[in-house]
Design a protein around this ligand. Sequence first.
Ligand code: FAD
Ligand code: DLZ
Length: 508
Amino acid sequence: MARLGLIFGDQLNEDHAVLQVLDRTQDQLVMGELAAEASYVNHHGQKIALIFSAMRHVADELAEQGWTVTYRCFDTSSSVQTFTDLVEQTLKQADFDEVVVSWPGEWRVLEEIRGWEKKLGVAVTVLPDSRFLNPLEEFERWADGRKQLRMEFFYREMRRRTGLLMDKDQPVGGQWNFDADNRKRWPGEPQAVHPMRFKHDETTRKVLELVASKLPHFGELENFDYPVTRTQARRALAHFVDRALPYFGDFQDALPDQEDYLFHSRLSSSLNLGLLTPMEVCRAAEQAWKEDKAPLNAVEGFIRQVIGWREYIRGIYWLKMPEYAELNDLNNDQPLPDWYWSGKTRMRCLAQAIGATRRNAYAHHIQRLMVTGNFALILGVVPKEICEWYLAVYADAYDWVELPNTLGMVMHADGGVLASKPYAASGKYIQRMGDHCKSCCYKVSETVGEAACPFNALYWDFLIRHRERFESNPRMKMMYRNVDKMDNDRRQAIEARARYIFENIEAL
Ligand code: FAD
Ligand code: DLZ
């Protein structure tokens, strides 16, 4: 009897485990654009269009390669709304004795799959997800017995294992990490590099029309220019390596007011869909260094994000779920301000980050971490609300990567599993790393009073509120020394300004 392979919309990799195991001459594949997947959060329209267009392209390619593919286009009137419906319907159409999938990107989907044997009376096999370099069992082995799961140590093992930027068993350049060189403010040159733009083909035009007319969504569709095929994603990679990678390191943390991408790659959406593999991306970067086309601090910084952070974040997700999603270690209780969706706030850095998010389904890492993330942290937003926002608004967002980044790295809601201290910062940090503050109606030099930058009072108030939790943290000693230098009047004025901000948050 035949087997049925279900290909999830974010697993479009050529080396998909199901394609390795199934036999195209007798087994079949199914893919579907599903209402439940398109609406479990208020996704950005460009994210839905990207996934649907890439899925349609891959389904066509698989059919050309001789696979029998059942592809269901989005249809609200259909009774097939979920992955379970899709499998159930397909099982009715032919005799299959087994359903085969690859490990999904979200816990809720794994739970759904786990129900199929009982509900649908069919054998189910879950194969490993080959979009990643590090098998989940390896991560568990690495984590086992360690007191602290620090990314840096995991990263070194990944360097050794992949051989990237290694000279025998030593890191090239004599250092594992060149982060200290990567914190420059961008002075306006060299010129920023826009990621390669792709024109809409017929498939993309159709899905953009579909999303515009049939799918409620967040954000704007006009700017859609993402790569939707492997060929396009490889061109985007080559463009990044040639033009932006040489400056990626130096300006990795910069926050320019007018540049949406600066020298960031925008490759996350292609990597997370499986249009690019982590190894091809890293090899391309390493090659640029070998050919003297990009400096080591840039190449090491970039490779660390891909084989370090990306793999580590995924490992943490599967190690800690499902309890992880429920954590709220700082007992936050503030709702997410409505303007996170509209972008209508007078705080320039936030308006620019959210504006870019609405236009492009993208904001670069420092905007996500130090602007929208930092503000939610010091305001004390309920983790579930801010996590749902990040999961919805970015083209690269899936639970496995969004959740640990938001709940752990940004909100410190996991009690420090992921980060040894919260990334809380005042307006001064944002001023130091860029030029938003120059065009802001709030004064970054002031902490109290109506015109003061709201980040400032919230930052100090955050430290005061969570003193018990953080004062003994060796990495925060200096911060608390500064809190202690304040006299009572100053402290009360800051707390009063913070209270005002909490009460008038929607009007900021
Ligand atoms: P670049 O700056 O060019 O970096 C290169 C690559 O490194 C990225 O494409 C990505 O694959 C990888 N990378 C870098 N940092 C991380 C990280 N912390 N975690 C995982 N991979 C990383 N990334 C996502 O892919 N999806 C998300 O939903 C997501 N949500 C985030 C939420 C928050 C609150 C924060 C702080 C970060 C989040 N990130 C997420 C990580 C990071 O911000 C994005 O990967 C990056 O901004 C994507 O843009 P880029 O491709 O231009 O990255
Ligand atoms: C995010 C998403 C969206 C918006 N739509 C679909 C879809 O219609 N069909 C599909 O197979 N996948 C979609 N996805 C990605 C899924 O949420 C993803 O496949 C799961 O997280 C499992 O990896």
